[in-house]
Design a protein around this ligand. Structure first.
Ligand SMILES: [Ca+2]
Ligand SMILES: [Ca+2]
Ligand SMILES: [Ca+2]
Length: 286
């Protein structure tokens, strides 16, 4: 709980500073400034198509008692939630497309099927159309499975760790590397916040996937070299009624979105920390 309070304090600080600097290094989207109720229509969030539900802003359950977003209450796949947000002065990518790598990270409460994606508002209508040429691949967390779709097919599904229980808050990271692959590669990492995990773990089967399908190429080409387009951000949460397990849609929650650089602790750094700790102990003993 102590760590949770710390994270919240940092997030609020970032929000307060966001009006001053669009290029803030760590842009965390916390939902704290929004009102309880429908998400779409608040702070530039929009439904990703007229038939979708607009999601909810609610109070988180489990280890996250802050304001969070959630899927709308739904009874079948015809009324699923899909929402996106195009960047604006309140919140945007802190990056430009000269960067060779960036990552989407999000906390998600495990209990339904949830999709995430980067996107691009190609027709400049203020929303990101889900499944019609404006999204760039999919990251999926569903029943016992985490997967990615970067080729137009779900070919890289990987089983979640057995410790992943319904109601657990997971932080997932979708890390791209634009220097390799057809249009780059992507790798997926996860840590279980409810279970107290502090380090991201690579998900087996979801490392270094060649991005060579869907709209990645078009999206990337549209955005390259144009800083204003690079600032566009889309996020899709798509809750599928037929894949729930133990929780209902109102519990398919998400929070603390960041887009930015992603640095895993290197083994060498960990070793140095270990050496430093030993030296500190020796100093204290002497
Ligand atoms: Ca929050
Ligand atoms: Ca659009
Ligand atoms: Ca667990």
């Amino acid at each position: 709980m102590k760590r949770h309070v710390h994270v919240t304090a940092v997030a609020l600080t970032v929000l307060a500073a966001s009006a001053m600097a669009r290029s803030a290094a760590a842009a965390v989207y916390t939902f704290e400034g929004l009102s309880a109720g429908t998400l779409a229509g608040q702070d530039n969030w929009a439904k990703s198509g007229p038939t979708y539900n607009g999601g909810l802003v609610t109070t988180g359950a489990g280890v996250n008692g802050t304001k969070v977003a959630a899927g709308s209450s739904e009874t079948n796949s015809a009324t699923e939630t899909a929402v996106g947000r195009v960047n604006d002065g309140n919140w945007s990518y802190p990056l430009d497309f000269n960067d060779t790598s960036y990552a989407l990270q999000v906390d998600t409460r495990y209990g339904g099927s949830t999709y995430w994606t980067f996107g691009y508002d190609a027709n400049s209508n203020g929303s990101i159309a889900y499944g019609s040429g404006e999204i760039a691949g999919l990251l999926f967390v569903g029943s016992s499975v985490i997967g990615a779709n970067v080729t137009g097919a779900w070919t890289f599904d990987s089983s979640l760790p057995a410790t992943t229980n319904a109601g657990d808050w997971l932080r997932v990271a979708w890390v791209t590397d634009w220097t390799t692959g057809t249009y780059g590669t992507m790798s997926v990492y996860m840590k279980n916040l409810t279970d107290g995990e502090t380090d991201f773990q690579p998900i087996a089967g979801l490392q270094g996937l060649d991005i060579n399908g869907l709209d990645w190429g078009t999206w990337r080409a549209n955005a390259t070299g144009d800083a204003s387009k690079a600032g566009l951000f889309n996020l899709v949460d798509n809750a599928d009624a037929f894949a729930t397990f133990g929780l209902n849609f109102n519990n398919t929650q998400f929070d603390n979105i960041t887009v930015g650089h992603f640095v895993l602790p290197e083994p060498a750094s960990l070793s140095l920390l270990g050496i430093g700790g030993v030296l500190l102990l020796r100093r204290r003993r002497s």
